[in-house]
Design a protein around this ligand. Structure first.
Ligand code: SAM
Length: 269
């Protein structure tokens, strides 16, 4: 799967994602990550990409031109990569220096999803991560300052996504959050045993509590059932714990969960 990030701060994305599980998947070529510095597409002699808002008000707004050109560049890059099939994974920082590469073949006309990170978008969740993980290529557009000129958003954005009801300084952290959540769903990124396991939000429940060695830590013991070796009983206990946790912290989720009559009884007792 290929991630492209249009940003004013590419180093933030690269440093943030090229580590641990995602870093290893990039190295293996299971994923690729290309950051595109929007500033490289400024036509201003001082490389400015923002300007004062029409109508007045505090802060600056990212101008449409550089974003438009950066997006065109990425679309062309994707077309090239599809046609030359040379995409080998890893991280790549790209500029506009080879935008006029004459090798471009324009046979791939499918538009790639462009996700604009914004507090005004749909709030990201696991179901959306699963949906986005079906695409081969995804383009993320990170805003900064007061945001981006509305006209270019209308032209190129397919999905407006927020990571929660709070305002951050830029779209870089939100895009990293999304890429991490989507990337771990790509086959092979997690080892297969792990990906098959139950995880929070599956079946609208939160995951049960986890324990590892030592068996007793500061006088607190691991629940006995987990040491019993009785798999069916362990599964039942875990499911009950999931239900209790969800009831305590996310009753909104639990409302959507499908419980057996035995589980419902357990919850109400
Ligand atoms: N003026 C905008 C508003 O009130 O909706 C907020 C702009 S915010 C300071 C700057 C950039 O950070 C946004 O363009 C967006 O890319 C990103 N951002 C901030 N909070 C976010 C959130 N909760 N989810 C996703 N992106 C966010």
């Amino acid at each position: 799967m290929n991630f492209y990030v249009l940003t004013l701060f590419p180093e933030m994305i690269e440093q943030g994602l090229n580590t641990s599980i995602i870093g290893r998947a990039l190295e293996k070529g299971l994923l690729s990550l290309k950051t595109v510095d929007i500033r490289n597409f400024s036509e201003n002699k001082h490389n400015r990409v923002d300007d004062y808002p029409y109508g007045g008000g505090a802060g600056m707004v990212m101008a449409p031109g550089p974003v438009y050109r950066a997006h065109q560049y990425v679309e062309e890059l994707i077309r090239n990569e599809k046609n030359t099939a040379e995409f080998t994974g890893g991280i790549n920082i790209t500029g506009h220096e080879d935008i006029n590469d004459s090798n471009t073949l324009k046979t791939n006309t499918k538009k790639t999803r462009v996700i604009y990170l914004t507090p005004q978008g749909r709030v990201f969740n696991q179901t959306m991560a699963e949906e986005f993980a079906k695409d081969e290529d995804l383009i993320f557009l990170c805003g900064h300052y007061e945001g981006i000129d509305e006209r270019i958003l209308e032209m190129i954005v397919t999905d407006y996504v927020s990571i929660g009801d709070y305002v951050l300084t830029g779209g870089e952290l939100p895009s990293m959050v999304m890429i991490d959540a989507i990337a771990r769903l790509v086959p092979g990124v997690l080892n297969n045993d792990v990906s098959a396991e139950f995880e929070s939000f599956q079946d609208n429940l939160l995951e049960y509590p986890q324990y590892t060695r030592p068996e007793v830590f500061m006088e607190r013991s691991v629940p006995e059932i987990l040491l019993s070796g009785h798999h069916a009983k362990i599964e039942e206990w875990r499911k009950q714990q999931s239900i209790l946790r969800t009831a305590n912290t996310r009753p909104d989720l639990l409302e959507k969960a499908v419980l057996t009559s035995k589980e419902k009884k357990f919850l109400h007792d």
